[in-house]
Design a protein around this ligand. Structure first.
Ligand code: GLN
Length: 482
């Protein structure tokens, strides 16, 4: 694996731009030079908006020159997953059905990033409609892992992960429905946060499974991930699931440490139970992370969260069910590139047949089946009951522990084509899915390396709105990962 050069952090860039030490234009040009150098090889982006970014960076510099403060992410080059709506900028979900679509509005998270002074450099590649764990399902070709280009960067937010890992952007954003921020973060050696459900508005995030989807940051450091989270979090009346309460700021707690904190390692996710397929190096690094936290003063022990073993099964009923409903709008009338037919039904069929890729069609069929009369209770209803069991098991674990620990992904980055049957690919999500089902926050932090010297991600999980605790632990792990 090629050792990446140290990349400028978002936190440093913002401080330098705000103080006038560097201009936003200089910072942007530096990043665009890295893009020019490696993007043709990596394919992190579906579109790079260099002209718009240059205009924006100049506007930030003009604000500074006139004594205004552009905000906490002043001049920070940011990449956005291509399922986040951006006014006038193509938003495709890496699907042929939306190819060329330009949204008439920005998502709330996008607006908030502009308000914070960020400079959007482009839209990043993903598995079509965020369904996948490798970006191999993109209709526009896969993204390569900048650390080893024979390997996938993970998915579905693989383009956002690769953009930060390659130094194309100091910060990026993705969406996480079953692990799509945390797993690619783990596979690219970046930090990735899936915030508590309801902390970041989903308005303008193209829906996959609405009860699970959440936007979050990728960063090269824990502090940058915290800054990214703070920039996009907050109540939004345009998302009915947005939490109205004021959120606790995380940045002031980054160096609080973990002394006395109770940390539980999830027994079922450590590879020696019913769930198989964990690489030994991944388990070894997770144990090493637990030891590092104990050395830093935490009280670490194992805890059983029995129902997490059913998470994957429940997810692959709930997420496709919601997707089959959410994706009904791509009918060639409301949305979607129309393919003509002799009548409306034929047009709908032709549009969807031509526009969707194989994995999206598989999910729509799975979901439609699970919701159909006669099967609803047996599949969708039962999966929802498993979801409740998982929530209850986590609640029990959090009676005795402040945060929980597990691997993020059972494996490090894998070669293209290595997981060609869908079931093998789905198994990547074993450790990440439970937090989506419970709505609780979780973060992946790089900790050491595994097979072929590729990075391992360790996952920290917390109760609802426990981001402050997550970040305290993440910062200690980052410090111990030398
Ligand atoms: N890999 C999972 C899936 O394919 C998760 C996707 C996501 O979080 N968007 O559904």
């Amino acid at each position: 694996m090629s050792k990446p050069a140290p990349k400028p952090t978002a936190t440093d860039i913002a401080a330098q731009v705000r103080s006038g030490e560097r201009t936003a234009v200089e910072v942007l040009e530096e990043h665009l030079a890295v893009v020019a150098d490696r993007e043709s090889e990596i394919h992190a982006f579906n579109v790079v908006i260099a002209d718009e970014a240059r205009e924006r960076a100049s506007a930030i510099d003009a604000q500074i020159a006139s004594g205004e403060d552009p905000g906490p992410l002043a001049g920070v080059p940011v990449a956005l997953k291509d399922n986040m709506c951006t006014t006038g900028i193509p938003t495709t979900c890496s699907s042929k059905i939306l190819d060329g679509w330009k949204p008439p509005y920005n998502g709330t998270a996008v607006d908030k990033l502009y308000e914070a002074g960020a400079v959007v450099v482009g839209k990043t590649n993903l598995d079509e409609f965020a369904m996948g764990s490798s970006t191999e399902n993109s209709a526009f070709g896969p993204t390569l892992n900048p650390l080893d280009t024979s390997c996938v960067p993970g998915g579905s937010s693989g383009g956002s992960a690769a953009a930060v890992a390659a130094g194309f952007a100091a910060l990026s954003f993705g969406s996480d429905t079953g692990g799509s921020i945390r797993q690619p973060a783990a596979l690219t050696g970046t930090v990735g946060l899936k915030p508590s459900y309801g902390t970041v508005s989903r308005y303008g995030l193209i829906a996959f499974a609405s009860s699970l989807d959440q936007i979050g940051p990728f960063a090269n450091t824990v502090a940058d991930a915290a800054a990214g989270f703070e920039a996009v979090a907050g109540h939004d009346p345009r998302d009915s699931t947005s939490i109205p309460e004021q959120l606790r700021p995380v940045t002031p707690h980054l160096s609080d440490g973990v002394d006395g904190m109770r940390i539980g390692v999830i027994t079922e996710l450590m590879g020696d139970g019913e769930l198989k397929g964990f690489e030994p190096e991944v388990i070894a690094q997770t144990r090493a992370a637990a030891d590092a936290l104990a050395a830093a003063g935490a009280k670490v022990s194992e805890v059983s969260v029995p129902s997490v073993v059913y998470g994957l099964t429940a997810y692959y009923l709930i997420a496709p069910s919601e997707a089959s409903s959410n994706l009904a709008r791509y009918d060639g009338v409301r949305y979607g590139n129309r393919v003509t037919g002799v009548n409306t039904a034929a047009m709908n069929t032709a549009t969807r047949t031509a526009g969707f890729g194989a994995e999206v069609k598989r999910r729509i069929m799975l979901g439609t089946y699970a919701l159909s009369a006669g099967y609803y209770d047996a599949f969708y209803g039962k999966a929802q009951r498993v979801r409740t069991l998982i929530i209850d098991d986590f609640a029990r674990a959090y009676e005795d522990f402040d945060v929980l620990l597990s691997p993020t992904s059972p494996c490090v980055a894998f070669p293209f084509g290595a997981k060609s049957d869908p079931m093998t690919m789905y198994l990547n999500d074993t450790c990440t899915i439970p937090s989506n089902l419970s709505g609780q926050p979780a973060i992946s932090v790089p900790f050491g390396t595994g097979d072929r010297g590729l990075p391992v991600g360790v996952q920290i999980l917390a109760p609802m709105l426990g981001e402050v605790e997550l970040f305290k632990v993440a910062a200690v792990l980052e410090g111990a990962n030398q």
